[in-house]
Design a protein around this ligand. Structure first.
Ligand SMILES: [Zn+2]
Ligand SMILES: [Zn+2]
Length: 122
């Protein structure tokens, strides 16, 4: 699969892009790992294309962070976006009501990201 953020970069088998540090999490993986469905709020349309079906993606908010998502296939986190999602959930910065216990989702999200094969140092 091609990285939705880089022009010509292939994603690793775990969905990570070594060039930009972003990660693609398949809808299947997210549902398997998350205790509950992720809470999306608002958002718009992304210019980026789904690496699985090449359709343009939506840009919903997850913990108020805009991410790219193809409802059929999964979601893309830029490196900074993933860090923001994790940081916000961590710091209890979630303000919407009712609060969905972000720390539960967070734990599962981090577990999912544990599959991230980090670039080896040479
Ligand atoms: Zn990339
Ligand atoms: Zn798709």
């Amino acid at each position: 699969m091609r990285c939705p953020a880089c022009d010509d970069e292939q994603l690793s088998k775990h969905g990570a892009c070594r060039a930009c540090g972003g990660i693609w999490l398949s809808e299947e993986l997210v549902h398997e790992r998350l205790a509950r469905a992720p809470m999306f709020t608002g958002g718009g349309y992304s210019e980026r294309h789904c690496p699985a079906c090449d359709e343009t993606m939506d840009e919903p908010l997850l913990f108020d962070v805009p991410i790219d998502r193809c409802a059929a296939h999964g979601m893309w986190f830029d490196k900074a976006e993933l860090e923001q999602v994790i940081a916000r959930a961590n710091l209890g910065g979630w303000k919407s009501t009712p609060p969905p216990k972000p720390e539960d989702s967070l734990r599962m999200l981090i577990a999912a990201v544990g599959a991230w094969d980090r670039p080896k140092r040479s």
